[in-house]
Ligand binder design. Structure first.
Ligand code: NAD
Length: 348
C-alpha cells in the first residue's frame, strides 16, 4: 500500500508539465464533491500548486531595514489580543541536539502564533547554544521566521534573521512593560546582564519613556563597560556600573524562557505584584515556575497578564508597589513581528 502511494506521487509529478489544466480542474471538481478525489488527483493538486513561492530576505536586508521602534505598537496590540483569547499560540516546541566532540549541545526552539484578524501567521525556528561554533568562527545561534498568508495558507516569506526579530519583539515587550508599569517619575533603569536582550530592552524603553540614568551589571567588567558606553552614546542617558543591583520598583525579567532558568528569587516574586506575558507559559518556563516549585506562589497569585493591562481591564501601576513582569516570549509577539516584517519588507 505504502509503495503504491509513492509510485502515484512520482507519476503525478512527472505528468504535471503537459497536463496541467485538465488535471487541475479534475481536482477542483473532486474536492468540491467531498474527499473522493483519487490519489493521483490529490497528488496532482500538490504538483500543480500555483501559489507563488516564499520570498527570501537575507540577514543584511532584515537588519538594515527594521528598527526597534517598528515593533513596539504591534507587540502591545498582540498582548491585548492574547489576553482576549484571540491569539492561537501553542506552547513552544523544543528539540535537543546531541553534543559531540565538535558540535552541540544545541537547542532548537519553535514558537509561533496567529493573531485573529491579521493577514499572516508566523512560525519561527531559533537554534541556540551551539557554543562550539565559536571556535569555528560561527555564531552560537541562528534562526529563521516563516510568515504565511492567512488567506490561502501559502508561505509568503522566509526571513533569515538569526535572532534579530526575536530581539526586536523582546525589546518591544520590555517597552510595553515600562509603559504600563514604570511610574512616569521613575528616571533610573537597571540592566542585569549587559547583552543583546538588555540592549533591545534599552532601545525599546527609549520609545516609550525618558530615563536619565542607567545601571548595568554584567559578569565581565570590560564587556559591561563597553556595553554601557555604547548605550550611553546611542540613547543619550548615562549608564554606570553597579557592583550589585539595588532593589527597583519595576523588574522586567526576560531571562527565564526555559524550565532550567531562574533569575528572580521566589521570595521577591511573592513580594511583588506579578504580571506575566502568558501565565500558562510562565508557570512552565518563566520565573513563576520556580516560585511555584518553591511552594511560595500559585498561578492564582499572579496579578494579571500584560494584555489585561494593555486592554484596560486591570490597572497597571497604581502607586509605589514593587512590580515584577515575567516575560517568557510568546508566539503572539512572534506573530506580531512577523506581520510587521512582512508589511515593511514586502515593499522593498
Ligand atoms: N523572554 C524572552 O522573550 C527572551 C527572548 C530572547 C532571549 N531570552 C533569554 O534572555 C537571556 C539573555 O539573552 P541575550 O541574547 O541577551 O544573551 P547575551 O549572551 O547577549 O547576554 C547575556 C548577558 O548576561 C550576563 N550574565 C550572565 N550570567 C550573569 C549573572 N549571573 N549575573 C549577571 N549577568 C550575567 C553576561 O555577562 C551577558 O552580558 C537568555 O537566557 C535568553 O535565552 C529571553
Amino acid at each position: 500500500m505504502l509503495s503504491s502511494l509513492r509510485i502515484s506521487a512520482r507519476r503525478a509529478a512527472a505528468a504535471a508539465p503537459s497536463a496541467g489544466n485538465k488535471l487541475h480542474k479534475g481536482v477542483v471538481a473532486s474536492s468540491s464533491a467531498g474527499s473522493s478525489g483519487s490519489i493521483i488527483e490529490q497528488t496532482a493538486c500538490r504538483a500543480f500548486a500555483t501559489v507563488p513561492g516564499p520570498r527570501l530576505f537575507d540577514y543584511d536586508t532584515v537588519t538594515s531595514v527594521l528598527k526597534q521602534s517598528d515593533a513596539v505598537e504591534a507587540v502591545e496590540a498582540a498582548f491585548g489580543m492574547l489576553a482576549k483569547g484571540k491569539v492561537d499560540v501553542p506552547i513552544p516546541m523544543h528539540i535537543g541536539i546531541d553534543e559531540s566532540e565538535k558540535a552541540g549541545p544545541g537547542d532548537c526552539h519553535i514558537k509561533g502564533g496567529y493573531i485573529s484578524g491579521t493577514s499572516t501567521w508566523t512560525v519561527k525556528l531559533a537554534n541556540v547554544s551551539f557554543y562550539k561554533n565559536v571556535e569555528k568562527g560561527l555564531p552560537a545561534g541562528s534562526g529563521i521566521f516563516v510568515v504565511c498568508d492567512a488567506t490561502n495558507g501559502a508561505p509568503l516569506a522566509i526571513f533569515q534573521e538569526n535572532r534579530f526579530l526575536t530581539d526586536l519583539r523582546t525589546g518591544a515587550a520590555g517597552a510595553v512593560s515600562v509603559k504600563h508599569f514604570a511610574a512616569r517619575h521613575h528616571k533610573k533603569v537597571g540592566f542585569v546582564g549587559a547583552g543583546v536582550i538588555a540592549a533591545a530592552m534599552a532601545r525599546g524603553s527609549k520609545c516609550v519613556h525618558e530615563f536619565d540614568e542607567g545601571f548595568a551589571y554584567g559578569l565581565d567588567v570590560v564587556k559591561t563597560k563597553e556595553w554601557a558606553d555604547e548605550i550611553e552614546a546611542e540613547l543619550g542617558y548615562k549608564v554606570v556600573e553597579l557592583d550589585w543591583l539595588r532593589p527597583h520598583a519595576t523588574i522586567i525579567a526576560s531571562g527565564s524562557d526555559q524550565p532550567t532558568k531562574n533569575e528572580i528569587p521566589a521570595e521577591v516574586q511573592k513580594a511583588s505584584k506579578m504580571v506575566c506575558d502568558l501565565v500558562r507559559q510562565c508557570e512552565q518556563v518563566g520565573e513563576l515556575r520556580s516560585a511555584i516549585k518553591a511552594g511560595v506562589m500559585t498561578r492564582d497569585d499572579v496579578y494579571a497578564e500584560i494584555g489585561d493591562v494593555v486592554n484596560g481591564d486591570k490597572p497597571g501601576r497604581t502607586g509605589e508597589e514593587l512590580i515584577l513582569v515575567d516575560l517568557t516570549g510568546t508566539g503572539a509577539q512572534d506573530a506580531a513581528i512577523g506581520q510587521v516584517a512582512w508589511d515593511i519588507l514586502s515593499k522593498h
